[in-house]
Design a protein around this ligand. Sequence first.
Ligand code: NAD
Length: 248
Amino acid sequence: MTDFAGLRAVVTGGASGIGLATAKLLASRGAQVVVFDLKPEVAGPLTGIAADVSDDGSVRDAVAAAALQVGGIDIVVNNAGIGAQGNVTANDDDEWHRVLDVNVVGIARVTRAALPHLRKSDAAAIVNTCSIAATAGLPNRALYSASKGAVLALTMAMAADHVREGIRVNCVNPGTADTPWVGRLLDVAADPAAERAALEARQPMGRLVSADEVAQAIAYLASPLSGSTTGTAVAVDGGMQNLRIPAA
Ligand code: NAD
């Protein structure tokens, strides 16, 4: 498919996991893709720019550099995110501010820097990587869930604010996706293989979601093929959020 031919995309957190899968997929379908990441070590045809979404100056510089390099911006995938464990008592104020700053304010920073470019595009789309944590009531994810709840609300608000400008805004809600992030969590378990098997067994499909599957949904929402879709969250969660199945 070449449905992204002529389109220019920025993918934040694009050096790993879901972001990297998305960047590669958009490029394979004809987009010019610029990856923003703390360590933007990406191979051709992707372009990497060092950017920290929690630093406004860094974001503004990166957006300006990206627009200069590829001649504009049509698509922004706000995917960079970090995790936090524990219930509401587990994290101090600094940690709350740090996670919200990356996961929520980061989206606002990148979006406001990119909006002047998106307004010039005939195919403007923003896709935010949210999570089923936004609404699922996951145990031991209080701060992370709060951040993703905010991402969901922000997605809907941005969709409303910019619909008349021809800028579509949607999000994806992955379930547990098999990325380096989840790998890192498993690696600190006493028995990583057993922990992975238990995690898979808890999934309705008996397996984790792949980064490529999430990327396919992001690509759909970023593509002119979804031209009438805005203000929507697409779950890619193996049925985790909505299915009620007996434990195996
Ligand atoms: P990952 O750790 O593999 O990749 C995240 C990338 O974001 C990394 O390359 C990292 O360097 C980058 N990043 C982190 N902080 C940044 C910052 N301040 N500025 C720029 N880049 C930064 O993780 P992933 O699993 O691919 O997660 C990507 C997104 O998907 C996140 O928003 C996460 O919340 C969301 N998500 C993941 C899962 C999952 O199970 N993996 C589930 C639901 C949602």
